[in-house]
Design a protein around this ligand. Structure first.
Ligand code: IMP
Length: 423
């Protein structure tokens, strides 16, 4: 399979979990490189649904090494909970199939509290975060006051660093009207999690380079999506990490010239959770998809905002990530639509954009320019091959791939592994 970076080409929730699971079959190692338990990757195997927030979805297959890289912010309590949940389903997480970077940063309770309080203070300008403490944890990392996994698994270091950080953060929390935290309680919980996680902790940079030397294939599992990237997304309505392909290098320590290809995952339409501009947002398609029981967030359960496919955005994503191959998911979501719209440009006053403007306020005012496609109005969820897809669905897929500017590689017609068509 070669070393492959998989990214979301839209606003997250593109169905990456399923595509990662499918591609993992031919990978040896799967690496999470950014984000934290704000992500929710849903995988359905033999009719059973698993939602993974931190551990790479590769864990659901045998003999794959799953790695949480240095670029991730890790909530240890969330991670332990996830490992216990997998064990209940008969999936054993051991140091043989799961490794955690000693330099990944730790998400602590004051990060979650600050995340929530800042959202309250922002009022109607809130970001709509997952309240998992992601922004404040990355903030501490950049400010060089974060705790890393190596600190978590060393009780003496944890005690010293945590006590200083809780002292400072309690002053901030009190000033924001939130309750201060008890050092004793937090230390006890996190020290326990640290002891549990210690056997899994390694220098993952060295580990990955050894794997490369042995000729093993690595899949880099992106979280969130291109337009939630801290640099390339619709700032400030973004997450706090580099979700784009470059993040795979910095978040794992594997250099760019060891990467062989980039796969971009996008839905056959567009969705977003949280606040921020979404030019093709459309009530009719939102109602249709929610009515089908689809498009509710895997992490927070929030209803996702839905809209038509936006090729200006996905073309931009191809450029920023260097996408070679495209996986289009949720094609079956459009099975009943009579006329399908695709955004081919934005209009802002007299200006026409064929790229995504950097200013979120301008993007929010952009009017989509649409092309229309005749719907196929036939169920596609049982289609097993390209030939079995209705001709109008094939034409639609070809058109959106062409507009996006990358090769169509996979069409997905449902959440199951078997509902995957290699083009
Ligand atoms: P945060 O990452 O929790 O700080 O949230 C920042 C923004 O990113 C919010 O709009 C969230 O809804 C969005 N977001 C974070 N993680 C995901 C994800 O996994 N899928 C979709 N949106 C996400």
């Amino acid at each position: 399979m070669a070393n492959t970076i998989l990214v979301g080409a839209q606003w997250g929730d593109e169905g990456k979990g399923k595509i990662i699971d499918v591609l993992t079959e031919s990978a040896d190692v799967v690496v999470r490189y950014a984000g934290g338990n704000n992500a929710g990757h849903t995988v359905i195997v033999n009719g059973r649904k698993s939602v993974l927030h931190l551990i790479p979805s590769g864990i659901l297959r045998k003999n794959k090494l799953c790695v949480i890289g240095n670029g991730v912010v890790c909530d240890p309590l969330g991670l332990v909970h996830e490992m216990e949940g997998l064990a209940k389903h008969g999936i054993k997480v051991t140091p043989k199939n799961f490794v955690l970077s000693e330099t990944a940063h730790v998400v602590l309770p004051y990060h979650r509290e600050l995340d929530s309080q800042r959202e309250v203070i922002k009022g109607k300008n809130k970001i709509g975060t997952t309240k998992r403490g992601i922004g404040p944890a990355y903030g501490d990392k950049a400010a060089r006051v974060g705790l890393r996994i190596a600190d978590l698994v060393d009780s003496a270091k944890l005690k010293e660093k945590l006590s200083a950080r809780i002292k400072e953060n309690n002053i901030v929390l009190k000033s924001l009207g939130a309750k201060p935290l008890s050092f004793k309680k937090v230390f006890a919980e996190y020290d326990k999690a640290g002891r549990f996680l210690k056997p899994f902790v390694q220098n993952t940079v060295v580990l990955l380079h050894h794997a490369i030397r042995r000729g093993e294939d690595i899949l880099f599992e992106g979280a969130q999506g291109t337009f939630l990237d801290i640099d390339h997304g619709t700032y400030p309505f973004v997450t706090s990490s580099n979700t784009t392909a470059g993040g795979a290098c910095t978040g794992s320590g594997v250099p760019p010239h060891r990467m062989d290809r980039v796969v971009g995952v996008m839905k056959a339409y567009t969705t977003r959770v949280g606040e921020g501009p979404l030019p093709t947002e459309n009530q009719e398609i939102s109602d249709l998809l929610h009515g089908m029981g689809r498009e509710f967030g895997a992490t927070t359960g929030r209803a996702r905002r839905c809209g038509w496919f936006d090729s200006v955005a996905t073309r931009h994503a191809t450029m920023v990530n260097g996408i070679d191959d495209l996986a289009v998911t949720n094609l079956d979501g459009l099975d009943t639509v009579e006329t399908i719209k695709v955004c081919i440009a934005y209009r802002h006053g007299k200006k026409r954009y064929d790229y995504v403007p950097n200013d979120a306020a301008i993007l929010a005012q952009c009017e989509p320019v649409y092309a229309e496609f005749e719907g196929w109005r036939t169920p596609t969820d049982k289609c097993k091959s390209w030939k079995q897809l209705p001709p109008k669905a094939r034409a639609y897929l070809k058109a959106i791939a062409e507009l996006t500017g990358a090769k169509l590689y996979i069409a997905s017609v449902g959440p199951g592994r078997e509902q995957t068509i290699f083009v």
